[in-house]
Design a binder for this molecule. Structure first.
Ligand code: SD4
Length: 300
């Protein structure tokens, strides 16, 4: 029986880890435990990039993206552009369990959630509104992506290994602050923000979604593990790939981070330079916060 392990992005990932770990220790399945952890972050109004209290898009609407994946069966589900419903990850799980589809968006996702009994509510808080006002980009050039305020920490991605040796993962976010209405990031896209397969490993991402989608980020990391790389090596290869695409496009590498877990519960993480990516790790009765290595475009 493997020791349960759970990892989650950013310092607020500690909230997720502390919620998930006792559930895993009681024998709960990885996906249920990861979802409970992610939901604790969605509910925390102090986290202004996930769920309730997330920073709104360019027109002041909080719009959530999320997905879930089960490593045993490859069952998965997601929602994108979900408004006025705080538990986006739980809705994603319902998409997985109750529909033949994988991704529901916008009004359709909201209608589906309401039918499943999720309440409608405003996700804005006075604090998130103030932060939105304060960080509003003065003027954006056409095609320019909003810059994430340096202190706003992003998506929560939770990867868990349960006592039966099954991997499960959840990714949930309000996405880039000030994004264009209708913009979908990596977080609800299976293979970009999250990918989980018991036969190879689990991976998740955080940062500028466009860069993660461009390289098929989480799928890339899992396939590196399938080919024999360690979770650490796999994450570093994904960051190098992001860096090399940035060099080819003549732009500075965007802020992106990956984290991964193999089927034995070994973990890894890496990020682009200047990202200051920290992640929470829970194993046994212990949880801690680790800092990921940063890789520059020169690949160091
Ligand atoms: C996105 N990856 O929507 C998300 C944003 C984020 O940490 O903040 N990630 O692109």
């Amino acid at each position: 029986m493997p020791d349960p392990v759970v990892i989650a992005t950013w310092p607020f990932g500690e909230t997720a880890v502390k919620t998930s770990l006792p559930l895993l220790s009681k024998g709960q399945p990885s996906l249920a435990a990861a979802l409970a952890g992610a939901q604790a972050v969605e509910d925390d109004p102090r986290v202004n990039s996930v769920g309730y209290g997330g920073i709104p898009n360019a027109i002041g609407t909080v719009s959530l993206d999320a997905c879930v994946m089960d490593g045993k069966t490859l069952a998965c589900g997601g929602v994108a552009g979900l408004e006025n419903i705080r538990h986006a990850a739980a809705v994603a799980r319902m998409v997985m369990e109750k529909t033949p589809h994988i991704l529901l968006v916008g009004a359709g996702a909201q209608q589906f959630a309401m039918k499943q009994g999720f309440p409608l509510e405003s996700l804005l808080t006075p604090e998130s509104l103030t932060e939105w006002e304060k960080t509003k980009p003065a003027k954006k050039k056409r095609g320019e992506i909003s810059v994430i305020p340096p202190d706003s920490h992003d998506t929560v991605t939770v990867l868990a290994l349960d006592q039966k040796g099954n991997l499960g993962g959840v990714c949930t976010t309000s996405g880039l602050a000030h994004k264009l209405p209708g913009r979908v990031g990596d977080s609800p896209l299976i293979g970009s923000g999250l990918y989980v397969d018991n036969t190879a490993g689990a991976a998740g991402a955080t940062g500028v979604g466009e860069e993660i989608i461009r390289i098929g980020g989480s799928f890339f990391v899992v396939e590196q593990m399938r080919a024999g790389k360690s979770p650490q090596e796999a994450c570093e290869l994904a960051v190098k790939r992001v860096n090399s695409t940035a060099v080819r496009r003549g732009v500075h590498p965007a802020r992106v981070a990956f984290l991964a877990m193999d089927p034995k519960g070994q973990i890894g993480a890496a990020c682009t330079v200047g990202t200051n990516f920290q992640y929470a790790v829970g194993k046994g009765a212990k949880s801690e916060l680790l800092k990921a290595p940063e890789l520059g475009p020169e690949g160091k």
